[in-house]
Design a protein around this ligand. Structure first.
Ligand code: CUA
Length: 307
């Protein structure tokens, strides 16, 4: 789900209410102005003379805008009070914008990382989550339309806000600030789940990556390491400790690949490894055109098994 008009939590509800009030109010005022224009231009001059009277000019030109805009301001300020969530957040998540993906750290109150993942954020429902937003390169903007407004990720600066999801669900997020060639393909999924389910997921994610269970997967792991993938990617529990690209320790568990670009399965994994530059030109992952079909399938089988 990705729509500011289909709110999944209290923040997005405030934003949606204000939007509807403005859409409907603007619609009514437009209708009123067009009606007066029609009366002024279609009826004869004598009968439309009242339109240039003092009362209409002062009432419609001064009093009406002051009253309407003041009411809107007060309504907006009251709603924005709901956007502030005081107290200790249930969870702190640092999200770093990268060209063109999302580095995700679950951090403790001191900001020390507990768990590193990428391009997918899972949260428990019904509790305020603090999002700490940073960028490693250019300005990005973090936006999950169904849950909250957008907030920029600015290099050298830390922005943060809190929001909550009321219902379990998969909410799509999208980078909302043009950040380069693949800005449009910089998306992610925010998955809101029951607390117990979330805790189980978190515990599983905190483990090192599982070992291959078949010889085909073991061959994939060997190929992954031989081809230097570990220079950019980390798979915890293996010699792969690169920090440039997304952490792949539990990539098999994610719903999407390449920052929300493809569904995550063996076919898209293999295709992405061989043709990353063809599928998403300008991203930092090179295409591994040297690998044969069988080798790509083995690596995909290994990565797909990292649940
Ligand atoms: Cu990142 Cu647009």
């Amino acid at each position: 789900m990705q729509s500011a008009l289909a709110p999944g939590g209290p923040h997005a509800e405030s934003v949606a209410s204000l939007s509807w009030a403005m859409f409907i109010g603007a619609g009514l005022i437009f209708f009123l102005v067009m009606s007066l224009t029609a009366i002024a231009s279609l009826t004869d001059a004598d009968r439309a003379r009242w339109l240039s009277g003092r009362a209409v000019i002062i009432g419609g030109g001064i009093i009406f805008p002051i009253v309407t805009l003041s009411a809107l301001l007060v309504y907006g300020l009251l709603l924005s009070r709901n956007l502030v969530m005081a107290g200790t957040p249930a969870l702190r998540i640092e999200v770093v914008g990268e060209q063109f993906w999302w580095r995700v750290h679950y951090v403790d109150s001191s900001g020390a990382p507990h768990l590193v993942t990428a391009n997918e954020i899972r949260i428990p429902i019904g509790m305020p989550i603090e999002f700490i937003l940073k960028s490693n390169d250019v300005i990005h903007s973090f936006w999950v339309p169904s849950l909250a407004g957008k907030l920029d990720m600015i290099p050298g600066r830390v922005n943060s806000y809190r929001f909550a999801a009321e219902r379990p669900g998969v909410y799509r997020g999208q980078c909302a600030e043009y950040c380069g060639a693949q800005h449009a393909l910089m998306a992610f999924y925010l998955i809101a789940m029951d607390k117990t389910e979330f805790d189980a997921w978190y515990a599983r994610q905190s483990e090192p990556a599982p070992d291959p269970t078949t010889t085909f997967q073991a061959r994939g792991k060997a190929l992954f390491l031989e081809n230097g993938c570990g220079a950019c990617h980390t798979i915890r529990g293996t010699p792969a400790e690169g920090k440039i690209g997304p952490d792949l320790s539990h990539i098999g568990d994610r719903v999407s690949l390449a920052a929300g670009t493809f569904p995550n399965n063996a076919g898209t994994l293999a295709g992405w490894i061989s043709s990353a530059q063809h599928l998403k030109p300008g991203n930092l992952m090179p295409s591994f055109g040297n690998l044969q079909g069988e080798e790509l399938r083995a690596i995909a089988a290994y990565l797909g098994g990292l649940k």
